[in-house]
Design a protein around this ligand. Structure first.
Ligand code: FES
Length: 317
């Protein structure tokens, strides 16, 4: 993988019982690559585990990157390893920033709605909007007030633009899209990140209010992807191998058993690391990475989770 950077952990602090913040800097103090709000980096947690985390520092700051990482009990090894194994002074390999969740800086007003750890890209967005003198509100939704992280900083830096919503503190302070998002208009854009159910609720509420789909922006970081289905055959053109993919296997797993390694990262159809060109056949797209137009072209597939509608899929691998 290109654009890898060795970074040193210069600060580590617990922001709540299960959120740790890590500050990463270049070992010799050089600036890190610039990024735009909404960007993430891949962290090589160990030889087998690469995970994506949103940058939650101000995009104007290139002396360091900051991450906020939830210790997820359903973790497949990434967040728990980070919480338990990474400390100040450790060196980690990271990717250059990549942004799949960019801000529209032409908006008249931006509504940022972060659920739980989904607040992290929203923090970078709030810094970018504030620096540009743009109007925004930052809604931070959590189940209990004990889960709130970054609070002192958010109150200090964003003042009245910050709206905190804790499910355990009563109905009158919960997020009310019909009130908090304002009247739908072409100049208002909605951004959301967080647990899937929360995001689906934010997006469906905004649509029901009349916000246009192009004004609703989202980034999934943890999705339940169903990658099972009918068995089919993959022809790996470059390798000259024909491989059966069972109903419960992913293409990546079947390729791996046949000795063909594909670089994967999120394994949930989010990051795009595993995208492979399709030479023949019709994919059954299950990922969140490709756009609807790209999916309709049927010439690429996320092999970590997507399957085939045709009985045979010929891949350029
Ligand atoms: S590994 Fe991330 S989309 Fe497949």
């Amino acid at each position: 993988m290109n654009n890898l950077i060795k970074a040193i952990i210069t600060d580590r602090r617990m922001l709540s019982s299960d959120v740790v913040s890590l500050t990463l800097a270049h070992p010799d103090g050089a600036p890190l690559p610039a990024f735009s709000a909404g960007a993430h980096i891949s962290v090589h947690v160990n030889d087998d585990t690469i995970r994506q985390y949103s940058l939650c520092s101000a995009p104007t700051e290139t002396a360091f990157y900051r991450l906020g990482i939830l210790k997820d009990p359903k973790s497949r090894g990434g967040s728990i390893a980070i919480h338990e194994q990474l400390n100040v002074g450790d060196t980690v390999t990271i990717s250059a920033p990549n942004n799949l969740f960019p801000l529209d800086m032409t908006a008249e007003h931006s509504v940022l709605a972060g659920g739980g750890i989904g607040i992290t890209p929203m923090i970078a967005m709030a810094y970018a909007l504030k620096a540009a003198g743009k109007s925004f509100t930052l809604h931070y939704c959590v189940r209990t007030h004990k889960e709130v992280a970054f609070l002192d900083e958010l109150q200090r830096d964003f003042g009245d633009a910050l709206r905190l919503h804790c499910d355990d503190l009563g109905d009158d302070q919960r997020l009310r899209p019909d009130i908090d998002f304002g009247a739908p208009s072409a100049g208002t854009h909605i951004y959301t990140c967080g647990p899937t159910g929360f995001m689906d609720w934010v997006m469906s509420s905004a649509k029901a209010m009349g916000f246009a789909e192009r004004n609703i922006h989202f980034e999934y970081f943890n999705v339940d992807v169903d990658s099972s289905g009918e068995a089919f055959t993959v022809v790996a053109e470059q390798s000259g191998k024909t491989i059966s993919v069972s109903g419960t296997q992913t293409i990546v797993q079947a390729l791996s058993e046949a000795g063909i390694k594909v670089q994967v990262s999120c394994e949930q159809g989010i990051c795009g690391t595993c995208i492979v060109d399709v030479l023949e056949g019709e994919p059954d797209h299950r990922d969140q990475f490709l756009t609807d137009e790209e999916k309709a072209d049927n010439d690429q597939i996320a092999v970590c989770c997507s399957r085939a509608k045709s009985s045979v899929l010929v891949l350029d691998i």
